[in-house]
Design a protein around this ligand. Structure first.
Ligand SMILES: CC(C)(COP(=O)(O)OP(=O)(O)OC[C@H]1O[C@@H](n2cnc3c(N)ncnc32)[C@H](O)[C@@H]1OP(=O)(O)O)[C@@H](O)C(=O)NCCC(=O)NCCS
Length: 189
């Protein structure tokens, strides 16, 4: 197997990242999401990572800033993961797993307390994401509760729960119909 290098997105990568997202998801919405978040205050350059195989970008993961409004009113900055994509020709080789592990390590090193993700719980469960509702975290977006999962990077960070607030760029595109949202709705609760 060719070596997989994970590095931060750099200038000039945007189109290749869009191609990866289009080919993995079979539509343009996730590429639009990445572009919208890249231009937003939620973007964290250090947490937009690409997987390079040979000379080519074969995978991408983005963690961006979201907020947890605590029951007592405080706001905690946390991270949200979306989207994550590996080109079909390179899938099932561990690239997705490598991207999540690397993103998680870098997020912890930057001091972020937790990551949330809306996605298939079976997949993210492999990486210690568990149902966010078990901490008392609510998400206002129209998705089954079990598809909203979270992982603490600082032990105890999510205790007490709260209301999860995604940035407007994410909520707008998500409600318009990102393809993985459609997949989640089709799956049984
Ligand atoms: C999900 C994705 C990023 C995984 O990348 P990958 O490099 O193939 O991941 P890994 O090789 O580390 O792991 C593959 C495993 O993930 C599992 N998996 C992939 N998609 C899954 C899903 N939607 N639900 C549950 N498990 C899933 C598979 O069972 C696979 O296991 P196998 O290789 O034993 O069959 C890639 O398949 C992809 O880009 N899919 C389309 C886009 C997408 O759904 N992204 C996630 C939502 S944002």
């Amino acid at each position: 197997m060719q070596e997989v290098l994970v590095r931060q997105e750099k200038q000039g990568d945007a189109e290749a990242i869009a191609v990866v997202n289009r080919s993995a998801f079979g539509g343009d919405e996730e590429a639009q999401l990445v572009a919208a978040l890249r231009g937003s205050e939620s973007f964290i350059p250090e947490l937009s990572l690409v997987a390079v195989v040979g000379e080519r970008i074969a995978g991408h993961i983005l963690l961006f800033r979201a907020r947890l409004e605590r029951p007592a009113g405080q706001i905690m900055d946390i991270l949200a993961l979306a989207p994550m994509a590996v080109v079909p020709s390179q899938s099932h080789r561990g690239i997705g797993s490598t991207l999540i592990q690397e993103a998680t390590t870098r997020a912890r090193d930057l001091g972020y307390p937790a990551i949330v993700v809306i996605g298939h719980p079976d997949y993210y469960g492999r990486f210690d994401f568990t149902e966010a509702a078990t901490w008392g975290i609510n998400c206002a977006l129209p998705v089954p509760a079990k598809s909203v999962t979270a992982r603490e990077l600082t032990p105890g960070a999510l205790a007490g729960g709260g209301q999860l607030r995604y940035p407007a760029e994410f909520s707008r595109l998500f409600i318009q119909g990102l393809s993985w949202r459609a997949g989640l709705q089709a799956s049984p609760d």
